[in-house]
Design a protein around this ligand. Sequence first.
Ligand SMILES: Cc1cc2nc3c(=O)[nH]c(=O)nc-3n(C[C@H](O)[C@H](O)[C@H](O)COP(=O)(O)OP(=O)(O)OC[C@H]3O[C@@H](n4cnc5c(N)ncnc54)[C@H](O)[C@@H]3O)c2cc1C
Ligand SMILES: NC(=O)c1ccc[n+]([C@@H]2O[C@H](COP(=O)([O-])OP(=O)(O)OC[C@H]3O[C@@H](n4cnc5c(N)ncnc54)[C@H](O)[C@@H]3O)[C@@H](O)[C@H]2O)c1
Length: 465
Amino acid sequence: MSQAEHFDVVILGSGQGGKLLAWHLGHSGKKVAVVERRWVGGSCPAVACLPSKNELWSARVAHLVQNAAQFGTLAANVKIDMRKVRSRKQDMIDRDVDFHLGAYKSSGAELIMGSGRFTGPKMVEVVLNGGGTRVLIGNEVVINVGTHAAIPDIPGLEAARALTHIEALELDYQPSHLIVLGGGYVGIEMAQAYRRFGSRVTMIEPSRQLMGREDADVAEEVLGILTAEGIEVLLDAQPVCVYGLSGDGITLTVQTATGEHKVEGNDLLVAVGRIPNTSDIGLDKAGVALDARGYVQVNERLETTAPGVWALGECAGSPQFTHVSVDDFRIVRDNMAGGDRRTDDRLIPYVMFTDPPLARAGLSVGEAQRKGIPVRVAKLPMNNVLRTEATDETQGFMKVVVSANDDRILGFTMIGSEAGEVMAAIQTAMLAELPYTKLRDAVITHLTIAEGFGPLFGKVPPRAA
Ligand SMILES: Cc1cc2nc3c(=O)[nH]c(=O)nc-3n(C[C@H](O)[C@H](O)[C@H](O)COP(=O)(O)OP(=O)(O)OC[C@H]3O[C@@H](n4cnc5c(N)ncnc54)[C@H](O)[C@@H]3O)c2cc1C
Ligand SMILES: NC(=O)c1ccc[n+]([C@@H]2O[C@H](COP(=O)([O-])OP(=O)(O)OC[C@H]3O[C@@H](n4cnc5c(N)ncnc54)[C@H](O)[C@@H]3O)[C@@H](O)[C@H]2O)c1
């Protein structure tokens, strides 16, 4: 066994929060090691957020050019070059890798490429990618190993060698017919992108609506946007079995209310949720307990059940967004330094980057009802926002949830152009606990999307006397 090496902090997995913590601690003069088995910088810049949004943007350009005649630009013989789409994305990833390596170097934190697992309390053994092993002991250890795409137990699926988002983002051709299992974030974003690149796309979702955590009217609107672009969506459809090989030909049998149906396609993308990367990293040897779903058990300070061992990001059960892992970093950083920051008092926004995007901060109407919080609700179709007259971006709506007892904004959902940017303004008002009337009465620039705040908040019903 290799001689053990001592560090102030050892970070297992270079996820979004972990790398920021490493750089921060390194700059503060701590001796830090980060163990990463595959992706310099973690999954977000390598195989998730950035590459997907990069390809989604290429798909948006394709869509705009294909529909340019509507705006008076005639573009004949439009062709999509998927190899260029992929190489543009890869160039971005390469730049990101260079950036990360530079950040490690300047911080003094050591990036060790290899697979790590605990062999004892606060002791991590690394099987190095380049051969050999190292044993690292940290005064403190941080677990930031993320999750991977779940592959459901459907007969024939494993043999079909379906794509996950990782392989889908590497395709250098348009599948003639892409079948997408799962109507959540990954499935919907990728389905729209591939449809815009020219594929026929069929989406299979076992629930009665897409985007299960959203209100029914939000899911309906997303469904309408997808079907208007020619994506076939089968709701309430249970996959029964798969036959064939993704890339060659796939037959998927689904059970629906009207019986069994066969969907014939060429490629199969699985996007049905995530599994934490916690099963084979020796957590039992480290005294780190898992919860019932296999995520690292943490308290609201992100401490695990083992003293001096922290966990952050998706593997700790935090909401599955990069900005949450980044905020987990701030919590662990401050708590390591003796502070008392918590995870249970934060307002977490998110955006699904379809075109138009879906953005939400705070409560949906359904969540307010389930929590027994009395609310007032107002909704404004995007075609009532004057800017959309000029841009033709009329799909979607803004919906606000306001407390019934006072004038605080408790939630905002928007499907529409610039939804993520517009939501940030509402989120700021929510953080400041600003009464909604301030936004209703504010002078907002004409001709912006946010100009819709006036009519939206003007529709909030008055408080019951
Ligand atoms: C297709 C897709 C698109 C997404 N788009 C967005 C988006 O637009 N916005 C957004 O906010 N979120 C998005 N997400 C979610 C976001 O990518 C994740 O929430 C975020 O990357 C999670 O970060 P993390 O810190 O938990 O870990 P990760 O970034 O996943 O990092 C964990 C790292 O640990 C490494 N690792 C695991 N086990 C070991 C081991 N034993 N030894 C060494 N290393 C190990 C892994 O290789 C990985 O690099 C997207 C996700 C997907 C799949
Ligand atoms: N823009 C973003 O911020 C963004 C983009 C992509 C992913 N993400 C994050 O990644 C997470 C994972 O995304 P995801 O799309 O994999 O999961 P998800 O949880 O968003 O959606 C999974 C969908 O698959 C369905 N499903 C479950 N089992 C199925 C089966 N056997 N067959 C077919 N469908 C099945 C579920 O009903 C659900 O609708 C998201 O929750 C999100 O937090 C974020």
